[in-house]
Ligand binder design. Structure first.
Ligand code: GDP
Ligand code: IMO
Ligand code: MG
Length: 409
């Protein structure tokens, strides 16, 4: 076994360094067996974390990506907003594959319930933004903004009330929701979701801080990416939760001292779904090539991801905000056919990116698991990132499969 797994210590967070979809699910799945508990901290079903094991692809939206490890306890933290039908679907899909989750799952009683009608409000708010500003944020339309709006307004409904009779509450809300957004709450539909969920999940509601502190170690699964953070990201083109390591700790109710390591996950290039500035965005053929080779279509919405080059200042910023101790540079293999690899290293006076051009390697790296077996130019590319950020690239992804990862001591 690699000693690096033990050197991560007893509290490791995995955090996206870009605009999400960096490949967090894969490294969480890889690391899960070395930790006692796997915990998702925040966000909702806007996340889509993909895991490929033995050629079978699974996408998790709400369940932690450690779920495939049978018997492993998993936690959904207070910072999450939970769409119950989606959670039940994920649980049922795993059950069908012979994997039981409910008996080993703890959901924070303080996590918020994300009602179906929040999705409709999300769509209304996007349409209003488009009308006023000419474009929306490009949300996933999973109701995330409205869920956190209710939470911040202190009118959200939390998992602790899952089994309560919410008919009167929802009926009262229906009038104002209609008036404010022109959205009709399907009260009966919402109540039926609640009943079904209460049946399945009633034994899961608990207290993650206690659960985690009693365990020998914890792997914290970040969602989204640092540049989508509500405070530190590219506001207003961000999500509605805190996506940094500090946000993950807050979402789980854990003290900073629990973290012994923090893995920043970044693609060897860069993608973004939705609107907002993307300085190193590629155009035309180049973007199309990266999209095709990288399979860059949203795991949640199927939208084509905008593609471009790595931007070192963003990695430096993400490292500063999160205190990364290691990199997982993912999807190195996607660059295999590039003649020249562009890397954004700064911004000129006119606000354009300054690129450094590194030689491509034009040979397959897919499935390589040993750093020294990488072509020299690929090794140089990785060293370049390490030098610019002063953080070791301990994990390097060379394919979507669980085994397709270089792990360096
Ligand atoms: P997450 O949201 O950060 O978990 O990432 P997503 O699952 O949304 O997107 C990452 C995509 O890249 C998924 O389709 C993964 O299967 C895939 N992937 C992850 N690591 C690698 C890698 O090293 N190489 C390749 N080719 N694909 C990868
Ligand atoms: P994972 O965990 C990529 C983006 C949306 C949109 C913005 C706001 O898979 O990395 P929201 O629905 O959250 O209100 O949308 O945030 N976004 C993501 N992009 N990966 C994600 O999650 C994302 N979650 C939200 O595309 O630009
Ligand atoms: Mg994703």
């Amino acid at each position: 076994m690699h000693t690096v797994f033990t050197s991560l210590g007893k509290g490791c967070a995995v955090i996206g360094a870009q605009w999400g979809d960096e490949g967090k699910g894969k490294v969480i799945d890889l690391l899960a067996e070395h930790f006692a508990v796997i915990a998702r901290a925040s966000g909702g079903a806007n996340a889509g974390h993909t895991i490929v094991v033995k050629g079978v692809k699974r996408v998790f939206h709400l369940l932690p990506s450690g779920c495939l490890h049978e018997g492993k306890p998993v936690v959904l933290g207070a910072g999450m907003v939970i769409h119950l039908p989606t959670l039940l679907e994920e649980i049922a899909a795993l059950k069908e594959a012979g994997i039981e989750v409910v008996s080993r799952m703890t959901i924070s009683s303080s996590a918020h319930i994300l009602f179906d009608y929040y999705k409709e409000i999300d769509a209304v708010l996007e349409a209003r933004r488009s009308k006023v500003k000419g474009e929306g944020i490009g949300t996933t339309k999973r109701g995330i903004g409205p869920a956190y709006m209710e939470k911040a307004a202190r009118s959200g409904i939390r998992m602790e009330h899952l089994a309560d009779d919410l008919r009167a509450e929802l009926t009262t809300r229906a009038e104002s929701v209609q008036e404010l957004y022109g959205v009709t709450i399907d009260v009966e539909g919402e109540l039926s979701h609640l009943r079904e969920a209460a049946d399945v999940l009633k034994g899961c509601i608990g207290d993650p801080p206690t659960k985690i502190r009693q365990a020998a170690s914890v792997l914290i699964e970040g969602a989204q990416g640092t540049l989508l953070d509500i405070d530190h990201g590219t506001y207003p083109y961000v999500t509605s939760s805190a996506t940094t390591a500090a946000g993950a700790l807050q979402g789980l109710g854990l003290p900073p001292s629990i973290l012994t390591s923090c893995i920043g996950v970044a693609k060897a290039y860069c993608t973004r779904v939705g609107a907002g500035a993307f300085l190193t965005e590629a155009e035309g053929e180049t973007a199309e090539r990266l999209r095709k080779r990288g399979g860059e279509y949203g795991a949640t919405t199927g939208r084509p991801r905008r593609c471009g080059w790595l931007h070192v200042p963003d990695l430096q910023r993400a490292a500063l905000l999160n205190g990364f101790t290691h990199w997982n540079i993912t999807k190195l293999d996607v660059l295999d056919e590039e003649k020249v690899i562009h890397v954004g290293v700064g911004i000129d006076g006119a606000g354009r990116p300054i690129y450094q051009q590194l030689p491509g390697w034009r040979t397959s790296t897919q499935g390589i698991t040993v750093f020294d077996k990488l072509p020299k130019a690929a090794q140089e590319f990785i060293r370049f990132i390490e030098e610019k950020t002063s953080i070791p690239a301990t994990f390097i992804g060379t394919g979507p499969g669980r085994e397709e990862m270089i792990v360096r001591e």
